[in-house]
Design a binder for this molecule. Structure first.
Ligand code: SAH
Length: 225
């Protein structure tokens, strides 16, 4: 596993390895590809330079526009639960900083990612290009509608919490495909993993979590509900 524009050597190598050991491995992350990807991706480049020293801490941090970069463990558990092998086409909703996009780009063959806030997407694109990631396509838009042009997807991951699973996303999954999304109210959610089977959609719930709001046609309304 490697990044073409980045050699893994930087001031934050030690905190990054400690993050992987203390926050991921100790809490039960076992997928060696997820672990390798998170050891490699320079998370500090995805936050403001002045916050670089906080980038490997155990919580989400602000990235501007009232949004946050997800906590490392959340990124790891969501990626692990998709059980990616390397050949997949993945759709991500909520690019944000682009950090999880970078991790996914190392775990799958092609990543499509949608962000509703233009300035965040443009920043994410710059960082992804700077570390030599080219198997991602990004667009500004309402991710609750999915991205029909490239459907169906082997896996879909949503990084913002909605009231329910957006229907278009289920439609854009392959048979056997997996979707992971925080579902709940605006105070707290639980990660739901949906698997599309010939007999219908099977949903399991696991980790409690708190994500920013999923805003869109099949999410929350911009102001209020
Ligand atoms: N994994 C990202 C998470 C960013 S926070 C990271 O670690 O940086 C979630 C992002 O979802 C926010 O940037 C927010 O603007 C975006 N978002 C919310 N609703 C959306 C929607 N309907 N479509 C696309 N992006 C959305």
């Amino acid at each position: 596993m490697k990044l073409n524009g980045y050699n893994g050597e930087d001031l934050y190598k030690k905190p990054r390895n400690e993050m992987v050991e203390n926050q991921l491995v100790r809490r039960g992350i076992t997928d060696q590809r997820v672990i390798a990807a998170m050891r490699l991706v320079p998370r500090h480049l995805f936050v403001e330079e002045a916050l670089g020293y906080k980038a490997y801490d155990d919580y989400p941090i602000p990235i501007g526009e009232k949004q946050t970069i997800s906590q490392p463990f959340m990124v790891a558990t969501m990626c692990e639960q998709l059980r990616l092998k390397g050949h997949e086409k993945v759709l991500e909703i909520g690019t944000g900083s682009g950090y999880q996009t970078a991790v996914l780009s190392l775990l799958a063959s092609q990543v499509y990612s949608i962000e509703r806030i233009g300035p965040l997407l443009f920043k994410a694109r710059k960082v992804l290009e700077s570390v030599g990631i080219h198997n991602v396509a990004l667009k500004v838009g309402d991710g609750t509608l999915g991205w029909k042009d490239f459907a169906p997807y082997d896996a879909i991951t949503v990084s913002a919490g909605g009231p329910e699973i957006p229907k278009p996303l289920l439609e854009q999954l392959v048979d056997g495909g997996k979707l992971i999304i925080p579902v709940g109210n605006e105070v707290g959610q639980v990660l739901e993993i949906a698997v599309k089977t010939p007999g219908g959609i099977k949903i399991a719930e696991n980790t409690p979590c708190t994500f920013v709001r999923l805003i869109g046609e099949y999410g929350w309304r911009e102001n209020g509900n």
